[in-house]
Design a protein around this ligand. Structure first.
Ligand code: XMP
Length: 511
């Protein structure tokens, strides 16, 4: 099935992918493409509407990105946002100039003229601005639709040509009616049908993967995390048995995780999933190592070695699947989006397996969209809502050296903490929650005897992106149950403490 499409031309602004995401949320398929697309390419793409994004340049500067001007004459509705709005005004005969004073942050938007673009938006509302240039004169045929105190042309349009410009950012949450403006553009101006859903996304990706990969053999490192699980399931849906997944069991996973992964993906979905049993290899290599960075390095390198060995057993592999999601793309500065890219080495995976390319079906999605895709693919909530877990897993939640006995202690304590948080219905409000085995021992009394055992620390944080975090205000009753159970049920633990440090100054993990 062909979906209607909105084309977002990228002028380099920081919220560009967010625009695409809002459009998708509003039920219209949308992709971000480079701004140097020609009018012929745009016509061939056949979008029902085009959005020009914001960007860091000034339209009148030499070298500022422009467009093939014929795009404005194709008869396809256009919405320019920020730089995009200025570019339209500039190219069509209006004027853009540097303002005496920039306008940043929250501003009061006043509707000048009721129009299909402002349906459902009150006369006065809050919008979010970020600009130094502003439009000082509109091209012929355009009228002002909204203003702010510092920006007399905050929104403009020409209903005859269906071309509109918005100086503020409708895509950010601080613009109170931002979604309404975007919705109005899609449904009142572009007459979109709203035919895009997660089911549509899955179908589209399945087709793309099939045509890109053909009969090629594909390999995926499955970590059990939501991103790699969803990516693998999507690729599996597209090419079935031509996908092989490898799960490296390093002995450092949380309780029940390796079994769960095998049960869901191999037994349940029928994937060709290989478990590489490498527990001894990892634990032997970690013996006596206490430095956190050293632990990480050993685990990272061994992972690659084990993965390479498994890949070599499979013979020729053409593609590697990666669960890269959009925030990873921004973080690693990898830039423009594409589902299938030529060979590069991301995330420390081996560059010399000899594959032809990387399949990254989630590159354009945000975490919550990935979860929706997972649900659409029928993955259970336990996978779709799994909290993030670092690659080195329990090894960096044991202070000091890692032994089998310490792993058993922290694994059991962690399982109890997770169980109680889930039972209390708090799991979706808390970003991460886990137990740490400290390297302190304290005196206790259990039964009638004195004990000298380990202190377990509980860490639970709220966060949006893991960059900053606050400690979660877990009800005392829940903490009490966890403490009672850990000291009662877990061997070698006689004391439980709760970590009440935010990030910064602490990090989320203890090592
Ligand atoms: P920190 O401890 O730096 O953690 O505040 C921020 C987020 O990153 C996760 N984390 C890791 N993830 N490999 C990973 O894949 C690692 O070595 C690693 N260290 C920390 C951590 O769990 C938190 O979500």
């Amino acid at each position: 099935m062909q979906h209607q499409k909105i084309l977002v031309l990228d002028f380099g602004g920081q919220y560009n992918q967010l625009i695409a995401r809002r459009v998708r949320d509003l039920g219209v398929f949308c992709e971000l493409k480079p701004s140097d697309m020609t009018a012929a390419e745009v016509r061939a793409y056949a979008p029902v509407g085009i959005i020009f994004t914001g960007g860091p340049n000034s339209v009148y500067e030499a070298g500022a990105p422009h467009i093939d001007e014929e795009i404005l004459a194709l008869g396809i509705p256009v919405l320019g946002i920020c730089y995009g709005a200025q570019l339209i005004a500039h190219l069509m005969g209006g004027e853009v100039a540097r303002a005496d004073m920039g306008e940043y942050g929250k501003c009061t938007l006043l509707i000048e003229k009721e129009a299909p673009m402002s349906e459902g938006v009150p006369y006065e509302s809050v919008c979010w601005m970020s600009h130094t240039d502003r439009i000082t004169a509109l091209p012929a045929g355009f009228e002002v639709l909204a203003k702010t105190a510092a920006c007399p042309i905050a929104m403009y349009g020409d209903a005859a040509r269906n071309i509109y410009g918005i100086q503020f950012h409708p895509e950010v949450v601080h613009t109170r009616y931002g979604t309404a403006f975007l919705k109005n553009f899609l449904y009142n101006i572009c007459n979109a049908a709203g035919d895009w859903t997660m089911a549509g996304f899955v179908q589209e990706q399945v087709e793309k993967i099939r045509s890109a990969v053909g009969e090629g053999r594909v390999l995926c490192a499955m970590s059990g995390g939501v991103d790699s699980a969803v990516a693998a399931t999507l690729v599996y849906r597209a090419i079935g048995k031509n996908l092989t997944c490898v799960f490296v069991d390093n002995g450092l996973h949380r309780k029940g995780e390796p079994e769960e992964i095998m049960r869901i993906f191999k037994d349940g979905l029928g994937m060709d999933l290989i478990k590489a049993d490498a527990q001894d290899l990892f634990l032997d290599a970690l013996a006596g190592v206490t430095d956190p960075e050293q632990k990480r390095k050993i685990i990272g390198e061994l992972f690659i070695r084990v993965f390479e060995k498994e890949a070599a057993k499979l013979g020729k592999i053409d593609y590697l699947v990666q669960g890269t999601i959009y925030p990873d793309v921004i973080e690693s500065g990898k830039g423009k989006s594409a589902t299938i890219k030529s060979h590069h080495n991301v995330g420390g995976l081996p560059a010399d397996i000899g594959f032809r390319g990387i399949v990254e079906p989630l590159r354009d999605l945000f975490k919550d969209e990935v979860r929706k895709v997972g649900t659409e693919l029928g993955l259970p909530d336990g996978v779709v809502w799994r909290q993030p877990c670092p690659g080195p897993a329990l090894a960096i939640r044991i202070m000091g050296d890692v032994t089998r006995e310490k792993l058993a202690t922290v694994r059991e304590a962690d399982a109890i903490f997770r169980e109680e948080i889930e039972r209390a219905g708090l799991s979706r409000d808390i970003w991460q929650y886990f137990a740490v085995l400290t390297d302190s021992k304290t005196v206790g009394v259990q039964g009638d005897s004195r004990t000298y055992e380990n202190v377990i620390a509980l860490r639970a944080i709220t966060s949006v992106d893991g960059m900053t975090a606050d400690w979660a205000r877990i009800p005392f009753e829940v903490l009490e149950r966890v403490s009672t159970r850990i000291t009662g049920e877990v061997k070698h633990a006689n004391r439980v403490v709760y970590d009440i440090t935010s990030k910064p100054p602490a990090t989320i993990e203890w090592e």
